[in-house]
Design a protein around this ligand. Structure first.
Ligand code: URA
Length: 298
């Protein structure tokens, strides 16, 4: 028998068919969320899935990919996008030039919903009630990660975020105004490419999918590609805000614009902030004692 991470007859975990929000800590971290989500019984799917499949990826990820729900392989492994659709996604990310370390993957529903077909467990689409029950987990992931780009994979994720009238076939690859992140977009689910009726259609669909991801790559690779020179003495800057945990630097300009620089590493904290895994430098002196500098302490 497969291990069940949530015992079926647990006396500790009561069924709570409301939504997951009571399980979300007031001071969440991804790790705390992952642990709490393992005991989620906010919808009946906890009974059919082997375990909760929480999101995974770098906590400094700049892009979050949101799928529908874990599949058979993910359910068994306890990790999202590790099966055939995940492998196709990995290939497409590589072709599009998106570093896997920049990415966090998750699903709108975190348990596998299935029906038996012979010996196999066949994917069954989650309903609105199950999606709503699970939504607090996704909201908490988005709040913590504060990604620059959100990508919905397929109609279930896109409609959960943009409403049921949203059509991926019409709006795929477009950036959509949304409070969720600076850039929010939707494209097809990788499993739809796997289901293509023949090789030629599959190749064509893959090309379109990679094309959509290239638009995302362009956004996140833009700042990596050239050095930034910013002087703190500049009167243009109203405030600097650095979150050492998330390595995020927000620069609040007098013009009213706020720029967010991810992956800012503090090399010599008192003197210099150095930006970016890709070798970009914010190469001026950001002194914490500068009146505009504010550090978020945890
Ligand atoms: N499909 C999804 O939507 N999510 C997964 O994690 C795997 C397949």
């Amino acid at each position: 028998m497969r291990p069940r991470f949530v015992p079926k007859n647990s006396t500790v975990l009561r069924e709570n068919f409301g939504d997951a929000s009571p399980l979300i800590s007031s001071r969440p971290t991804l790790e705390k969320l992952r642990i709490a989500s393992a005991g989620c019984t906010a919808c009946p799917l906890w009974k059919s899935g082997t375990q909760t499949v929480f999101g995974e990826g770098s906590k400094n990820a700049r892009v979050i990919f949101i799928g529908e729900q874990p599949g058979n392989d993910e359910d068994l492994a306890g990790k999202p996008f590790v099966g055939p659709a995940g492998k196709l996604l990995d290939k497409a990310l590589e072709e599009a030039g998106i570093d896997r370390d920049e990415v966090y993957v998750t699903n709108v529903v975190k348990h596998f919903k299935w029906e038996p077909k012979g010996k196999r467990r066949i994917h069954k689409k989650p309903n609105a009630r199950e999606i709503a029950a699970c939504r607090p987990w996704l909201n908490a992931e988005l709040d913590l990660l504060k990604p620059e780009v959100v990508v919905c994979l397929g109609a279930t994720a896109a409609q959960a975020l943009f409403g049921k009238d949203f059509r991926v076939s019409v709006r795929r690859g477009q950036f959509i105004g949304s409070p969720l992140a600076k850039r929010v977009t939707a494209t097809v689910h990788p499993s739809s490419i796997l289901r293509a009726p023949d090789d030629e259609t599959r190749r064509e669909e893959m090309k379109r999918f990679v094309g959509d991801l290239k638009k995302v790559a362009k956004v996140i690779n833009h700042r990596n590609s050239r050095p930034m020179w910013i002087s703190v003495d500049s009167t243009a800057i109203r405030k600097l805000r650095y979150d050492p945990k998330r390595k995020l630097l927000d620069i609040d300009f007098n013009s009213g614009k706020i720029y967010r620089y991810p992956n800012v590493k503090v090399r010599e904290y008192r003197k210099l902030l150095t930006a970016d895994s890709a070798g970009t430098y914010i190469n001026k002196i950001f002194k914490p004692q500068h009146p505009a500098f504010e550090t978020i302490e945890d």
